[in-house]
Design a protein around this ligand. Sequence first.
Ligand code: ATP
Ligand code: MG
Length: 390
Amino acid sequence: MDKVLIIRYGEVALKGLNKSYFENKLMKHIGSNLREIGKTNIWKSNGLLFASMDGFEEKEFVEKVIKVFGIVSVSIAYSFEVDMEKIYQVALEHITEKMEQRKFKTFKIETRRGDKSFNLTSPEISSKVGGYILRNLEELTVDVHNPDFKLYVDIREKCYIYSDKISGYGGLPLGTNGKALLLLSGGIDSPVAGWMMAKRGVEIEAVHYHSYPFTSERAKEKVVELARILAKYCGNIRLHSINLLPIQKEINEKCPEGEMTILSRRFMMKIAEKIAKNRDCSALITGENIGQVASQTMEGLTVTHDAVELLTFRPLIALDKVDIIELAKKIDTFDTSILPFEDCCTVFLPKRPLTKPRVDRIRESESKLESEKLIEDALLNMTVEHITFN
Ligand code: ATP
Ligand code: MG
């Protein structure tokens, strides 16, 4: 008897003609997420994917697979040659094992029969297996409407028996919706923003701005660590690092104090736009959120976005902070995000940042700076790292 993981995908299946393209992407991502712990067999059969779990530690295996976007749920199943006697025996063993883990009184057998050549219909199989369980486990009764426990029998080229379904994140397989550049700070929001877009099939590259030596090596390490956590979901991430300090110094010297934050943000966007164009990224992603901080008023967002033409995704725009934090915990970036290292934005933090900046005024301030040259120099000094998840 083999142990396999049954992998269900949702939205992907709706894509009609593209179905096998999506399935193949999913299979590739599952394989590469598992590579760290070993090589396994992955195959498709009639709207489901299967991965052989023999020789693997269950929990670790499931954790790796479940991080693949596009997966709706998985179940650990026993698989064996189609044979009624064997079905009885495995069903009984499985239910007995589950009864040791949790209490239940009622059950239901649900059979699906992909292989119609088998000589019994699905209801016949369910009722025979149910009868066998009732005879062997007298404390149980059948409840077909609202059972405490459901046992699934799936008959295809082989027979699969399983019970629990473990939820995945849904979404679409990575790389099925183009590529975008994430502005990745060391904060709570931007990693979540990147994760949300990746979940929709968007491949991710990242750019981080620091103010070295005003910001430390450890602040930089924190961002690398965040990228590494994201890479567990998003595959390898190309992380660009830009020193913003020369630009911040110029702004500090030549522009009104209150405009520091908004002007820095415009430079971040402009530099990101250049990197994106070079790297074939069709959009930018930020962790901005309406009303969260002084620079994220409607006016602030308008002026920030005015700096670029490129499509910009702000997937957190309408989420509450508590919900963003909950997501950050779920995807495991939260503990790293709250490490207390300085961010480049805090280096020249104005005492009173503008909350209602105006595009014309900010453009005028910006005209006092040699923007093109500053951006060019920043890009010349850019460093690039390839972040992998292991
Ligand atoms: P976060 O928690 O993501 O830092 P935030 O709520 O602190 O967001 P801001 O500091 O105003 O908000 O930044 C808004 C967005 O700008 C961030 O979500 C991120 O996408 C981008 N950003 C800010 N600082 C940096 C940085 N140092 N490097 C790269 N991107 C940044
Ligand atoms: Mg921030």
